[in-house]
Design a protein around this ligand. Sequence first.
Ligand SMILES: [Zn+2]
Length: 298
Amino acid sequence: MEGFYNVKGDTWCIDLKHTLIGIYKINKNDVVMLDSGICFGNKTNYVIDMLESENLNVKAIIATHGHFDHIGNNKKIVEKYNCKVYMYGAEAYMGKDTNSIKFERTPLPFKEIENIADCLINNVNVFIKPNENSIEVYGKKFDIIHTPGHSKSHIVIITPDNIAMLGDAVMTTDEIEKTKIPYAANFLVDFDTKKKLLSLNCDKYIISHKGIRDDISYDVNNNIDYIQRRAKAILSCIKQNMSYDDIVASVIKNMSINIDSRFTFSDIYGMIAPYVQYLEETERLKVIYDNGYIRYNC
Ligand SMILES: [Zn+2]
């Protein structure tokens, strides 16, 4: 299978350059995908071309979470293979339809994201429940580990080969260190989840960004350490009495972050918020209310 990497047994990976997606073969031709990858450019055709080159037929997609680089090809793949999509929690509903995306991207006017809205529609038809720790998909059992932190409803999926698809619950050390502002929806929750993953006893671990590991302790410890250092870097951008908007402007300037569109600005604006929350939760920022503004002090 050219372009496919065998992880173990029936568990395979496809490398989409920035992201690994998982493939579990339930028989010679039928597969379950673990995430569907990013939708931009010609990548959608790339994934489908890869599947077609091996006469593979997608029966289901189980998604780790609802970010566009993990569910971006859901719509195209569902259209082509009429497969089922399994997702959990808030993220299963987030991209339910165009209106749900409008709520999610407040206050961006919809026209700003119209061209990517299609990629964010996740086509879920099987909603994994909060107390569900495994699901059966076409006679195969996949364990589900609830791993909130990177996103609200992130899950880790363990294939019948005892291979964990970690999604974005962990990044490889190489990849995270290329990222100025690694993201988690809440860092204290994310750190707890990362540490919890150390107790898994899987044969291998697929990390979406990006690698396959026998052991994740090195990456987990480095992820936490690196994020803590980035939090300190953000703290160093915060001067007395800054509002949240002042902090964002200061981080963008001091870290030389390139803003090429309102959409990019909106993403960065949202990505800095969990750091400010983390710095306050770890008592390195104090907050005062001042005449219509929240102001931060170190
Ligand atoms: Zn993500």
